[in-house]
Design a binder for this molecule. Structure first.
Ligand SMILES: [Zn+2]
Length: 345
């Protein structure tokens, strides 16, 4: 795939000069690195988030059947999240995978192995392919679908998928009377300090109508089935808020350590998901389309944040940030979606 590697990159992290809002000083250091907290401050912040997470968990554990719904992709970060919540916090988790039609076979095997090893209930939800393929196609075609802030952190196809997953988790939490939802997001994928979020459901439902209308006009039939939280469900649950946890932000653990800790559970690296995903075979397609539209890798902010937090060397980060999705893979993904792509070799 055509990738512009001519952009100047920050000499400390790997943010390119064409990343939205980035500026460099005379030494070639980007604004995010210039403003980055010291290593000590990063650790203190992580420790503070951890204390806050412990409090939030203690206040909200104890649902009917489960303490926590975990958005579980079978990838390394959500596998680690599930392990920590189950083993370290003793939470009764329901792990839930949304199978988007592009799940790696190895990720399926991993999800089964990890949930079995942890003794966790596991559920797979596979939305109709007709809707999923339409959603992905429209996400590529409609560059105005997601906010400018959202496209800094993920590709259009990922943003749509994450939106669908989040709504499904909220629905499940309401159905099961569970007050905690957890995801495996890491630093850079979601804004800083979102290790614990309180979601006021009334406010959430009122403010999401505009997004819903935008999605509905793009994705068409059945959009509300996948993206709406029905008022009746909210009323019958008698819940007014949910607590969303992103435990990885309060743990600050490096990729090698995560993989080492997951190995005894039977988790193995995938080989068909590109360098930036450990569960999804559509990921490289999202990256390639994002490059074409915006000129930068949608993972580059996350990768640069890992470097700033001392969790990844710049060398590894460079490899990840400049990795080019294989043309064969992207063509396979495009074909499966029925998307025409112009492929300059
Ligand atoms: Zn930088």
């Amino acid at each position: 795939m055509p990738v512009n590697t001519e952009n100047k990159l920050c000499v400390r992290c790997v943010l390119p000069e064409n990343f939205p809002g980035v500026r460099f000083n005379d030494e070639g250091v980007c604004i995010h690195c210039q403003q980055a907290p010291s290593a000590v401050d990063v650790l203190e912040n992580v420790a503070r988030l951890h204390r806050e997470m412990v409090t939030a968990i203690e206040m909200n554990r104890g649902g009917r059947d489960y303490d926590c719904i975990v958005a579980y992709s079978g990838g390394k970060d959500s596998s680690y999240t599930l392990k920590v919540l189950t083993e370290s916090f003793g939470l009764k988790c329901l792990a839930v995978t949304v199978d988007n039609g592009f799940m790696s076979e190895q990720a399926r095997v991993n999800a089964k192995a990890v949930t079995e090893a942890l003794g966790v209930d596991y559920q797979v939800f596979a939305p109709a392919w007709d809707f999923m393929s339409r959603m992905y196609k429209q996400s590529v075609d409609n560059s105005e679908l997601h906010s400018k802030a959202a496209i800094k952190r993920a590709s259009a196809v990922c943003n749509s998928c994450i939106g669908l997953v989040n709504v499904y988790m909220i629905r499940l939490a309401l159905m099961h009377g569970v007050k905690l939802i957890a995801g495996g997001y890491i630093g850079g994928q979601v804004p800083k300090d979102t290790a614990i979020l309180e979601l006021n459901l009334d406010f959430y439902l009122k403010t999401r109508e505009a997004t819903m209308e935008r999605y509905e006009s793009s994705f068409g039939e059945d959009t509300r089935k996948y993206f709406d939280v029905p008022q009746e469900l909210l009323q019958s649950s008698q819940m007014s808020k949910l607590t969303i946890l992103n435990p990885m932000l309060a743990l600050n653990v490096a990729e090698e350590e995560i993989i080492a800790q997951l190995a005894p559970l039977g988790w193995k690296q995938t080989i068909d998901t590109g360098v930036n995903s450990s569960n999804c075979r559509l990921n490289d397609f999202g990256i390639a389309m994002h490059y074409n539209t915006h000129g930068f890798n949608p993972y580059v902010f996350e990768i640069s944040e890992q470097v700033r937090h001392g969790l990844m060397t710049r060398e590894v980060a460079l490899k990840k940030a400049l990795s080019i999705p294989s043309l064969n893979d992207v063509q396979w993904q495009a074909k499966r979606l029925g998307v025409e792509i112009a492929c300059a070799e």
